[in-house]
Design a protein around this ligand. Structure first.
Ligand code: 1CP
Length: 346
């Protein structure tokens, strides 16, 4: 898979799926039950390594992604995170500069070492040809949980806080850049071959704020990682970036752009393909459906994007309702069927 980053278009394209380890897999649910809470699973290197490897054993993806969560960073910094069953993450919201000042990067190191141990264990057990992806949340997306205290549809509390108290907000972004560098650096030293930065809530911002809150901190994070590990590729996933995606690709210095479900293939082809590595972007709900509709779309994606350096993926994470056999069907089709059919003009 890594040779796409040297500018090679591979046929069939390499493939992995966001949230490939997770609740749609019975073996994940069994391990999760053994671990107790979700964060207990993230902080148990043996069990976290096991769930990272489960989808590789089943499907032979070209890459494994470390099993962890973007909210491990605030938890490690001292803003404790709870996962409420059926509801999602809950944090005590940061409300003032004093709350940001209490976050401790030094204090986070022990937690980061636990995650690095997971990476080390996975790398030992992973077939050598399978790449290992480390990851973190982008500062903007992580900040939306730290200020909002939970997920939200428009990130309103965080946008308002950033307008009202830019000094506090900037201090938080700087802290998150530094913490994320430390977290990712530990993952690379432990054996991660490439990295992905998840900016799941990049899509809610006006132009100037996209520059200031998405591009600028990502650029700082990428620059520092490139300084420490110049050969480790970095995928940016600015979900919802829309018309800003091409600028994101150029200005942040990432090596690849993850495209979300809504991004038109024509736009990806015109503004990203051939200039950067493209990753994406099958609708996760088409994977729930499976069958001919899914295959038709896979063929369009591969025919349009596969002529340039490309990694096949979904446009967002696998949803829990996904039948595991549809994932097997997708993998078979991407590997054997899609370019054959596309080559026939199908
Ligand atoms: O009970 C469970 O088992 C919890 C479900 C779950 C899982 C499987 C959560 C809670 N996190 C994860 C793992 C996870 N999260 C991975 C593992 C690797 C893989 O992809 O297989 C990764 C990369 C993430 C990243 C993540 N966590 C993101 C970015 C990607 C995205 O989906 O947009 C975000 C926003 C989170 C926060 C989070 N963690 C979990 C939930 C339910 C959420 C979303 C909360 C919300 O806003 O509603």
């Amino acid at each position: 898979m890594l040779s796409v980053f040297d500018g090679t278009a591979l046929s069939p394209p390499p493939l992995w799926l966001m949230r490939q380890a997770g609740r749609y897999l019975p073996e994940y649910r069994a391990t999760r039950a053994k671990a107790g809470g979700f964060l207990d699973l993230c902080y148990n290197p043996s069990l976290a390594a096991e769930v990272t490897l489960q989808p590789i054993r089943r499907y032979g993806f070209d890459a494994a992604i470390l099993f962890s969560d973007i909210l491990v960073v605030p938890d490690a910094l001292g803003q404790k995170v709870r996962f409420v069953e059926g509801e999602g993450p809950r944090l005590t919201p940061l409300t003032a500069g004093a709350d940001v000042a209490k976050l401790s990067i030094g204090g986070a190191q022990k937690t980061f070492e636990i995650v690095a141990e997971t990476v080390q264990r996975v790398r030992q057990d992973l077939p050598p040809e399978t790449a290992l992806i480390g990851f973190c949340g982008a500062p903007w997306t992580v900040a939306t949980y730290m200020i909002g205290g939970q997920g939200s549809s428009d990130q309103g509390p965080t946008r308002r806080m950033a307008y009202r108290d830019p000094v506090m907000f900037q201090a938080l972004m700087d802290t998150l850049v530094e913490a994320s560098v430390s977290y990712l650096d530990g993952q690379v030293r432990a054996g991660a071959d490439l990295l992905q930065i998840f900016d799941s809530w990049a899509g809610s911002l006006p132009e100037d704020e996209f520059d200031a809150w998405v591009i600028a901190p990502t650029k700082a994070l990428v620059a520092e990682m490139k300084c420490r590990h110049p050969t480790v590729p970095i995928i940016g996933f600015p979900r919802g970036a829309g018309a800003h995606a091409a600028r994101f690709a150029v200005e942040t210095g990432v090596d690849a752009v993850g495209c979300d479900t809504a991004m038109p293939l024509s736009q990806i082809r015109a503004t990203l393909s051939g200039r950067t590595v493209v990753q994406g972007n099958l609708d996760p709900l088409l994977l729930v459906e499976g069958g001919v509709r899914m295959k038709k779309r896979v063929m369009e994606i591969v025919a349009t994007l596969g002529v340039n350096p490309f990694i096949f993926n979904l446009g967002h994470g696998i949803v829990p309702e996904t039948p595991p056999e549809h994932v097997a069907e997708l993998v078979r089709f991407v590997r054997d069927g899609a370019q054959h059919e596309a080559g026939r003009g199908g």
